[in-house]
Ligand binder design. Structure first.
Ligand code: UD1
Ligand code: UDP
Length: 376
């Protein structure tokens, strides 16, 4: 048996590793173990429940507003014990969070091979997104197998001297998860979701935002831009599930808390969030995952960041990088609300991030890897 230890800590990691964990679990060649770091708690647990992921270890590291120093050191100490107990043949991490950095570093310290799912994303800007750009670069250089979602990610890894024969272009596993949820999506919203009441005659815009490099001025400007949108477009309503990070919640609630046609709500579980993406006319976000998901639903995305590591969407014409300035956010949103041709061009674009088969490809590669390991 070949033991794979998947390490995950936040909602996007749960969503994007779930399809891989499911595929590993049904394959008799693998023993599939899961360590939840608990970097997120309230924003993670409903995702674990939805995807029926049971943890073998839960480090439960989350504390309100903890620093990256506290988080990183607790993760590393916790993971040392987990790896000692589990004795995995391979560690899997996904993405670019601090859990990924600690998971890949822990694997390296223990000389256990690491597979990086969603390898090779690059903004080429050290501090944006912060700290994700450096987390993923370090994770890639600590890894032994690279699952690149796109050709662009593959090329970035090659540029950094990573061996071509260990890089596999698989598509993004987030699209697998999205397809899985779409199959079960009810036509009507479930009352337990507690979605806000918006006027069905109004045009709906969905908003998310949580990037650290936008804390402070960035969020103040984003909120100003959102405010301008509802003031100028009287038939527009915004729904914004606000991330639990206090550096996001405080400015967002302070600036947008009492405005007509702006619904600030708690972070949503995955199924209601996908339902809302489907209902929205367009999406304003700084999220990595949402940039990848929205094109599968035919929803134009305005990316409220200065740079993105997901340029495939911009190049395919399904997303636009609008920065965090209020005027530009307002202007680009207004353009899509008033120029139907521009809107349709974005909405009809093809999703460059995957076809929903990424997890199968990854597990096929892991099978070959396990066979090779057994023959040595
Ligand atoms: C983290 C990741 C980011 C990822 C995002 C996904 C890092 C440094 N950041 O950002 O890459 O895009 O998750 O959402 O790895 N909090 C809660 N409950 C939760 C989650 C967060 O209360 O379930 C609050 C806590 O006060 C916590 C703070 O948010 O200390 C920050 O959480 P953290 O995981 O460090 O960073 P995120 O901003 O969530
Ligand atoms: N998401 C969700 N509920 C929300 C906000 C986001 O289910 O209230 C989902 C979203 O569809 C995507 C993932 O969470 O799958 C993205 O998480 P986030 O934006 O926090 O992280 P990132 O992708 O930027 O790392």
């Amino acid at each position: 048996m070949f033991t794979v230890l998947s390490i995950l800590g936040t909602r996007p990691e749960a969503t994007k590793l779930a399809p891989v964990i499911h595929a590993l679990q049904v394959n008799p060649k693998f023993t599939c173990k899961v360590c939840i770091t608990g970097q997120h708690r309230q924003q993670l647990d409903p995702f674990l429940k939805l995807f029926e992921i049971k943890s073998d270890w839960d480090l439960d590291v989350m504390l309100p507003n903890q620093s990256l120093f506290q988080l990183t050191s607790k993760l590393l100490l916790g993971l040392e014990k987990v790896i000692d107990e589990c004795q995995p043949d391979l560690i899997l991490v996904q993405g670019d969070t601090t859990t990924v950095l600690a998971g890949s570093l822990a694997g390296f310290y223990k000389k256990i091979p690491v597979g990086h799912v969603e390898a090779g994303l690059r903004s080429e800007n050290k501090y944006s997104p912060f700290p994700e750009e450096i987390n993923r670069r370090l994770a890639d250089h600590l890894s032994d197998l690279w699952f690149a979602p796109t050709d662009k990610a593959h090329a970035a890894l090659l540029r950094e001297g990573i061996q071509d024969e260990k890089i596999f272009v698989t598509g993004n596993t987030g699209i697998d998860a999205l397809h899985w949820v779409l199959k079960k999506l009810p036509v009507q919203p479930d009352p337990s979701w507690n979605l806000p009441n918006w006027n069905p005659n109004n045009r709906l815009i969905l908003v998310t935002g949580h990037r650290r490099e936008s804390f402070g001025k960035g969020f103040a400007h984003i909120c100003e831009g959102l405010s301008m949108i509802v003031k100028q477009h009287k038939n527009v309503e915004l729904v914004y599930p606000v991330h639990l990070n206090p550096n996001v919640r405080e400015p967002v609630h302070q600036q947008l808390g009492n405005q007509d046609r702006i619904h600030l709500i708690e972070p949503l579980e995955y199924t209601p969030f996908v339902y809302l993406m489907n209902q929205a006319e367009l999406i304003l976000t700084d999220s990595g995952g949402v940039q990848e998901e929205a094109p599968s639903l035919g929803k134009p995305v305005l990316v409220m960041r200065d740079v993105t590591e997901r340029m495939e969407g911009v190049e395919a014409g399904v997303s636009t990088l609008v920065g965090t300035g209020a005027e530009r956010i307002f202007a680009e949103t207004s353009r899509l609300l008033t120029d139907d041709l521009a809107y349709q061009q974005m909405a009809k674009g093809v999703n460059p991030y995957g076809d929903g088969q990424a997890a199968k490809r990854i597990v096929d590669i892991l099978l070959q890897y396990a066979d090779l390991a057994a023959s040595h």
